[in-house]
Design a protein around this ligand. Structure first.
Ligand SMILES: Cc1cc2nc3c(=O)[nH]c(=O)nc-3n(C[C@H](O)[C@H](O)[C@H](O)COP(=O)(O)OP(=O)(O)OC[C@H]3O[C@@H](n4cnc5c(N)ncnc54)[C@H](O)[C@@H]3O)c2cc1C
Length: 507
């Protein structure tokens, strides 16, 4: 393949080892590619798509490659990496227009000094806004602020033939499950949405489908299988005047579950909003203790006393500090009844104090990834097995009991942490060898089956990507997967966009 820049402005390079890093994402799976391009404008994305069409090349869209389900890992074809489309417009109280390659951390750096706030907060702040919209990303604060879907007001999406859909919230609705969208060239895409009922839990599994739905919500969370997002209009709100975080240490997991169940409804009348409830089990705290003791990169994590068994992090947002103080005092009373204490609670009342606590949260998946990286040196095929499932409120205790029993019966090393407010914890199984990996995978599949029966989701936030395709099949069944595939065909008749992501590519 020759470099192509004579009749086109976009530069498409044959794939070579200089681009090696673009063959993988944070899943650590590695793929293959024929060519790669870094478009700088939507017009260049369209050119690249047409180039691929003419040559029958598959297309794989990449944001910042922080995804952990291999959605951005190519399996041949042309990689469209959007890192050079990273402009962020002028933020106002009405919102901000952002190119897809802009990173969440850069958006925050621009909006926070002017007193504005954006709710979605995946732990990995180097995620791109386009990738976050494609995956309907969420994070700790989704407990209160919701996932990406509730913050995207408009978007532009390039389709597999180079046509464009430009859509604004509250302008295009399905009628029941029938839908119709008009592209910029005047073409109509119409058909049926899948007929499933989405689980009533936090979920990023499969296409969003509901009766009389806003059609922008179908495109959000479609994991690059329907089109390439080239622009998003985001809602912003005023930054809360007071933001406080409390890291609470408790003597048992049971006490943590009781605290979560109590806290969920405790602040309904309060001026302070409880925006996040996060969980770290005793294995997660041990992993962090060890990381801090042995790796200078983890030096900044606050020291963890030996008696700390389980931790819950909560965050409050309010118009003033007094409202939070009142709410925090109320919570601490319950903490003390459950065996915790105010001396053993870390209070963070300023951005500066919040920083090490956020680092503590981020350090947990980082430490897991490092550990697996070390083990991979001896067993290269090894990967971590990380769950991303959510269950209804009344199933939280049962789900945790199920995870703990399975892990201890099989003698598997693990850590459990995450968004317990949404009944969404990440169980990370840490195998030493491929035998343990197989046992862990079996266990995970069994859990997924039970989570689905509880009315939960097999993916609450990471999406399906390539790695969780069997889990989506388990959740919705083959008939429904066929409906999703039929929907994709309406947008992408030749199956060029992200084939193999969300469901098996059709031959
Ligand atoms: C340490 C760590 C912690 C994490 N914590 C969270 C968390 O708390 N919550 C959470 O939701 N996720 C989390 N993630 C996962 C990841 O950060 C998110 O899924 C994020 O939204 C991916 O964004 P990205 O730009 O890196 O996308 P990529 O990884 O590049 O791509 C992800 C998927 O989106 C598609 N895509 C990317 N950009 C576009 C586009 N412009 N148009 C169409 N499709 C596109 C890709 O094809 C792929 O299928 C975490 C990851 C790590 C490594």
């Amino acid at each position: 393949m020759r470099k192509c820049s004579i009749t086109m402005t976009v530069q498409i390079s044959p794939f070579n080892t200089d681009f090696q890093e673009f063959l993988s994402d944070e899943s650590k799976r590695t793929g293959t590619a024929d060519a790669i391009t870094f478009p700088t404008t939507e017009a260049e994305v369209i050119e690249a798509v047409r180039y691929a069409n003419e040559r029958g090349l598959k297309l794989i869209t990449q944001g910042a490659r922080t995804g952990i389900v291999a959605g951005a890992v190519p399996e041949g074809g042309l990689i469209i990496n959007l890192r050079s489309m990273n402009a962020i417009g002028e933020p106002t109280a009405d919102g901000v227009v952002v190119q897809p390659g802009a990173l969440l951390c850069d958006l925050r750096d621009i909006i926070e000094p002017v007193g504005l706030f954006f709710g979605p907060d995946p732990t990995e702040t180097s995620a791109s806004i386009g990738g976050m919209a494609a995956c309907n990303a969420s994070g700790a604060m989704s407990f209160y602020y919701g996932a990406m879907r509730s913050w995207v007001q408009s978007l532009r999406m390039v389709l597999s033939d180079g046509d464009v859909i430009s859509i604004k919230r509250a302008e295009n609705f399905s009628k029941g499950r029938s839908f119709s969208l008009t592209t910029e060239s005047g073409r109509t895409i119409s058909g049926q949405l899948p007929d499933y009922t989405m689980p009533d839990v936090k979920s990023a599994a499969g296409y969003y489908a509901a009766d009389d739905m806003d059609l922008i919500d179908l495109l959000i969370g479609s994991e690059g299988t329907l089109g390439i997002i080239t622009e998003t209009g985001l809602r912003l709100t005023p930054r809360p005047a007071a933001i406080n975080g409390l890291t609470i240490f408790l003597p048992s997991e049971q006490a943590a579950i009781e605290l979560v169940n109590a806290a969920r409804s405790m602040f309904a009348e309060s001026e302070a909003a409880l925006v996040a409830i996060e969980f770290f089990n005793h294995d997660a705290l041990d992993l962090l203790r060890n990381a801090k003791a042995t790796n200078p990169a983890f030096e900044a994590i606050p020291a963890l006393k030996d008696q700390y068994h389980t931790a819950i992090y909560v965050e409050f947002h309010a118009p003033d500090a007094d409202a939070i103080e009142e709410a925090a005092m109320e919570l601490i009373e319950t903490v003390m009844e459950l065996g915790g204490s105010d001396e053993d609670t870390w209070f963070a009342t300023t951005d500066r104090e919040l920083e090490p606590i956020k680092a503590f949260r981020h350090a947990t998946p980082e430490a897991v990834n490092l550990l697996i990286g070390e083990r991979k040196r001896d067993v290269p095929e090894l990967t971590k097995l990380g769950t991303d499932m959510s269950v209804p409120d009344d199933c939280l205790a049962d789900a945790l009991a199920m995870y703990n029993a399975g892990l201890s019966e099989r003698g598997l090393e693990s850590v459990i942490f995450g968004h317990i407010g949404n009944n969404h914890v990440h169980v990370n199984i840490l195998p030493h060898d491929m035998d343990q990996y197989s046992i862990g995978r079996e266990l995970y599949l069994g859990w997924a089956d039970k989570v689905v029966k509880m009315g939960g989701s097999v993916s609450a936030e990471h999406g399906i990507g390539r790695l969780k395709v069997p889990f989506l099949e388990m959740m919705y069944g083959n008939g429904t997967i066929a409906q999703m595939r039929a929907l994709k065909k309406l947008f992408d008749p030749n199956g060029l966009l992200n084939p193999g992501v969300m469901f098996q590519a059709q031959g």
